[in-house]
Every structure is written in structure tokens, then in C-alpha cells.
Design a protein around this ligand. Sequence first.
Ligand code: NAP
Length: 159
Amino acid sequence: MIGLIVARSKNNVIGKNGMIPWRIKGEQKQFKELTTGNAVIMGRKSYEEIGHPLPDRKNIIVSRTKNFTGENLITVSSLKEALEAAGETDVYVSGGYGLFKEAMPLVDKMYITEVDTVVEDGDVFFPEFNKDEFDFEIGETGGEDIKFTRTTYTRKCHE
Ligand SMILES: NC(=O)c1ccc[n+]([C@@H]2O[C@H](COP(=O)([O-])OP(=O)(O)OC[C@H]3O[C@@H](n4cnc5c(N)ncnc54)[C@H](OP(=O)(O)O)[C@@H]3O)[C@@H](O)[C@H]2O)c1
């Protein structure tokens, strides 16, 4: 299963100044639940923002300039190689923009957390996609000052 997991603002922002532009208690819980025991694919900048491999899952970093290695940590130079490295494990593409865009035609499911805020001056956005290709389900809501809603998009059929 190839999944994609993201949190985006109402105006489609996912990043600002190299960071995720909100901190909401509980917002990242789903990320941990889905990816633990599986594999995550992320771009070099997203990985550097986190600064360490995420525990108890395979961390596959895509970069052409750096080579991160360690326990449960490998670096590859393309999305294709990243998917191959995941093997049979469920894998979650976790950003940023370029990997989301490239993976979009391949994903079986997208877990999109809709964050109820508008981010001014965002500099990384979630790519546009064709909603008609997916079934859509609304899930849990959460957050205090800033609310969020989980949504899941499941691809209707594969070509
Ligand atoms: N809201 C969310 O859910 C979420 C999720 C993830 C990230 N973010 C935010 O998004 C921002 C980072 O995203 P970003 O799009 O700027 O950067 P990114 O995708 O994390 O990293 C970009 C780098 O990854 C490597 N890369 C990406 N695609 C590649 C490919 N197809 N082949 C080879 N290398 C590839 C390249 O590294 P080299 O330059 O080393 O070759 C590229 O410069 C941050 O602000 C982060 O906080 C938000």
C-alpha cells in the first residue's frame, strides 16, 4: 500500500520558513499511528527539519546531495528507488511538495489533515489533485485553539 500523509491549511499551505507553520496538540498522532512499524519516505529538507530518524519505522530519505544512514535510515536518490526500498511494507510519502506531486498518481490512499487556519506567506503548498479519482471520507476532529479534521481519500480504481 502506498499512502500519502499530510496536514494542510485552508489555503493549502504545508510549510513556511522550513517548518510546519502550526503546533497543535494531537495533530501528529495519526502520523505516528499509521507509520510506526511501516516505512516513511521524505525529502531531504523535511528530514533535516525533524533532525533524526523517526523511531520504530523505516526512514527513507530522498536526496541527491546528502547521504543519511543508520539504523532504520537510508538515503536514495529518487522516489522510484524509495518505493523499491520499502519493499512489501506499507509506505507513507510524507513530503514535501515535490515528492507529494510525484507520488500523487501512485498513491492508494491519502490521509489529509485539514487544519482550520489560514497561513499568510506560506512557501510550500500541497499540490492540486483530481478529487474525482478518489472516494472521500471525513474522520475525527480535534484541536483546541486551532481545529483540524482528518480526511481520507481512497483511490477509486487503478489503471
Ligand atoms: N504539513 C505537512 O504535512 C508537511 C509535511 C512535510 C513537510 N512539510 C514542510 O514542507 C517543507 C519542506 O518541503 P520541501 O518541498 O521544501 O522540501 P522536501 O521535499 O522536504 O526536500 C526537498 C529535497 O528533497 C530531495 N528530493 C525531493 N524530491 C526528490 C526527487 N524526486 N529526487 C531526488 N531528490 C529529491 C532534494 O534534496 P537534495 O537537495 O539534497 O537533492 C530536495 O532538495 C518544510 O517547511 C516542512 O516543514 C510539511
